[in-house]
Structure formats: structure tokens, C-alpha cells
Write a protein that binds this ligand. Structure first.
Ligand code: ZN
Ligand code: ZN
Length: 121
């Protein structure tokens, strides 16, 4: 599954490649492309020009779990992507006590992953 805008593969483990859904029209593109479209807390869909209002930035948009599922990934939790990003079979969340982290992580400007830069381009 590639982002229709930048034609790069979606990747739940890489923040900028997380597919997110535009609420207004239902189109999906990657986080990075959404950031580029973002202006005044809203995003004009490049496909159909519909405007999706943001409440809290791109990170507030819903991840497209259907795509993440298709590519065999769930959004990664920062601390989990230490060593085995490539063969983490993306099955179920293993440590469910970390569930809350998902939202926490998105509040920050960037994920801080001091021990991993595998998702940097
Ligand atoms: Zn993109
Ligand atoms: Zn659209």
C-alpha cells in the first residue's frame, strides 16, 4: 500500500508513513503528506478539495487501521521498536498495559526514540 501523494509505502512503524483518514471525505494519505497539506488547523484534500478541520493537528486524525492491517502492521509503540522491527510480525499488541502510550506518543512534537532510528529515512 502506497501513499497516493508521495507514492511511498505506508508504515505503521514510521510516524511520517502512518496512513491517516481525512474525516470529511474519507481519503487516506500518509502523515507526512497530511502535514504538508495542513494549514490553519485544516486540511484541504488534494483529491477532492474537501476541507477537514483538525482539532489538534494531523496527529488527531484517525489512523487507517484497515491499511495497517493490510500491510501487516499495527502502529508501533515507541519503546517496542528496539531490535526486531523487521520481523515483528505485527500481530496483536503484546503488552496491552502499554495501550495508553499510543495517544501519549502523538501529543509530542516528535516521537523520541533514543535507542532507535530505524524509522528515519
Ligand atoms: Zn504521502
Ligand atoms: Zn478527499
Amino acid at each position: 500500500m502506497d501513499c497516493q501523494i508521495c507514492l511511498q509505502k505506508y508504515n505503521g512503524n514510521s510516524k511520517n508513513r502512518i496512513p491517516r483518514i481525512l474525516k470529511k471525505c474519507g481519503h487516506t494519505m500518509c502523515h507526512q503528506c497530511l502535514k504538508k497539506q495542513e494549514e490553519d488547523d485544516q486540511i484541504v484534500c488534494p483529491f477532492d478539495r474537501k476541507v477537514t478541520r483538525l482539532r489538534g493537528g494531523v496527529k488527531s486524525l484517525t489512523k487507517n487501521f484497515a491499511i495497517l492491517d493490510l500491510i501487516g502492521q499495527e502502529p508501533a509503540y515507541p519503546r517496542k521498536s528496539k531490535k526486531h522491527t523487521e520481523d515483528s510480525d505485527g500481530s496483536e499488541k503484546k503488552d496491552s498495559d502499554d495501550d495508553d502510550d499510543d495517544d501519549e506518543e502523538e501529543e509530542g512534537v516528535r516521537i523520541q526514540q533514543p535507542d532507535s532510528d530505524e524509522d528515519s529515512e
